[in-house]
Design a protein around this ligand. Structure first.
Ligand SMILES: Cc1cc2nc3c(=O)[nH]c(=O)nc-3n(C[C@H](O)[C@H](O)[C@H](O)COP(=O)(O)O)c2cc1C
Ligand code: SF4
Length: 419
């Protein structure tokens, strides 16, 4: 991480066996849970809330608020679920934690298990991550053998908690938290109607916490370093560091840890991060947060990469994906492939998303094949507005985000393709 020590990636690359409890402990592991068991439950919650972590899966919902909501639920059975589906195209940052520091994720889930008196956690790992699945399983076994999972954890009578792995099968929509719970239950992975909130009616109808891999990895750091220190790594609106995955035409593609508030220009051009393009051509546009995120142009370069900094300018951090496209790429072609992705991944439950994304992809194809007519751009805009407002889950609701943000700057490119 530029100009400072890594926070979440501090152990990555330093362990010969990332699943080894011994190595993890030598590098400061399990200090978070040790701290947690010495604190009042309300104190733990206060630290999490102070850190002001926005959910790292993409929706940016404040973690503290979610944890307080679940804590207030008066119920004997609560479940802890980790969303490791990582299905958003261009996003590959959770993979690094799961593969190279899995015990940090386990420790975050363990602290949640302790706080909420949960007996059972689940991690839903993307099906394609087969090797990671093995590494994570080994880390769970080692944690259990060392007394950090199972019965009477760390010698505390009645602190019984275990974590099971569930494997996804490749559907993007299963990353949506309620679809993910349905999938764990063995049902078709389709989103549920909300409310009720998952903190009230979640897995098997019981109050459930669903957080992203990176969100859980923040928890031990928050408890060892303190919520205020963690907040100070970022901005008042979103604490901590953020893992980003840079791809596309960027020269230095990969996963990096950045302080929230770093200048976008630095992320795109400095050698510590993206390093400009690998093609020698200018950057034309950047897609933030995966396919469901907005598109930014070069004039956005002076912005801060932070939740507020991007939101105030119509952009978003989302999952942390940063897809860089150079000037050889047609924005219309690009948006066509984005829409084809949504049409392919729509679960089909609601008509505006099922039919709308397919029709929108067809219309976009007309633009790329010289068949677009006068009025088609307006028709497309209207159709995408309907999909946004009438869809039941985040997939349909965000299918138009890339198009709408790109149109603000790239309208002429569309108009030039109309006969
Ligand atoms: C279609 C769709 C796919 C999603 N995929 C993921 C995913 O792969 N990983 C993830 O953590 N969150 C994903 N989310 C967000 C989750 O619904 C949820 O907000 C998240 O797991 C909550 O954890 P967080 O608050 O720690 O981010 C997805 C949402 C939607 C609508
Ligand atoms: S918006 Fe799309 S993905 Fe979401 S429930 Fe409706 S049809 Fe399924």
């Amino acid at each position: 991480m530029k100009n400072s020590e890594p926070v979440l990636l501090k152990r990555v690359g330093k362990m010969t066996d990332p699943a080894s409890v011994e190595e993890y402990v030598k590098l400061g592991g399990f200090e978070g849970i040790k701290k947690a068991i010495s604190m009042d439950k309300e104190e733990i919650l206060a630290e999490i809330d102070t850190a002001h972590v926005r959910g790292r899966g993409g929706a940016a919902y404040p973690m503290g608020r979610k944890w307080i909501h679940l804590y207030e639920m008066d119920h004997d059975t609560k479940y802890i679920v980790c969303n490791a589906d990582e299905g958003e195209p261009g996003t590959f940052k959770d993979k690094v934690l799961l593969d190279r520091d899995p015990l940090s994720v386990i420790e975050g889930m363990l602290i949640a298990g302790y706080l909420f008196r949960s007996k059972q956690g689940y991690i839903y790992i993307r099906g394609e991550y087969r090797t990671i699945h093995k590494v994570f399983k080994k880390a769970l076994e080692q944690a259990k053998a060392a007394g950090y999972l199972g019965k009477n954890i760390m010698g505390i009578e009645g602190f019984n908690y275990d974590i099971n792995i569930v494997s996804g099968s490749g559907a993007y929509v299963c990353g949506e938290n309620s679809a993910l719970l349905n999938s764990i239950e063995g049902k078709v992975g389709r989103p549920r109607v909300k409310p009720p909130h998952l903190a009230e009616v979640g897995l098997y109808g019981k109050p459930t916490l669903v957080n992203n891999v990176e969100s859980y990895a923040c928890v031990p750091v928050i408890l060892t370093e303190g919520g205020q220190t963690f907040l100070n790594y970022g901005t008042p609106d979103g604490g901590g560091t953020k893992l980003i995955s840079i791809s596309g035409h960027a020269k230095n593609r990969g996963v990096y840890e950045v302080k929230l508030g770093t200048k976008l220009k630095d992320i795109l051009y400095s050698e510590e991060f993206g390093g400009g393009t690998s093609t020698g051509k200018e950057i034309k546009f950047v897609h933030f947060g995966g396919q469901s995120g907005p598109i930014g142009y070069l004039e956005d370069c002076d912005l801060e990469y932070s939740y507020e900094g991007l939101w105030n300018n119509g952009l978003a951090v989302g999952s942390g994906a940063i897809v860089v496209m150079d000037e050889s790429v047609s924005i219309v072609e690009y948006l066509k492939s984005v829409m084809e992705f949504f049409a392919h991944e729509s679960c089909g439950k609601c008509t505006p998303c099922r039919i709308g994304t397919t029709r929108a992809a067809e219309l976009l194809k007309d633009f790329t094949t010289g068949r677009a007519k006068k009025g088609d751009l307006e028709r497309l805009e209207k159709m995408l507005q309907h999909i946004t407002f009438l869809s039941a889950c985040g997939l349909g609701q965000s299918a138009a985000v890339a198009f709408q943000s790109a149109l603000k700057h790239g309208r002429e490119e569309f108009e030039s393709l109309i006969k």
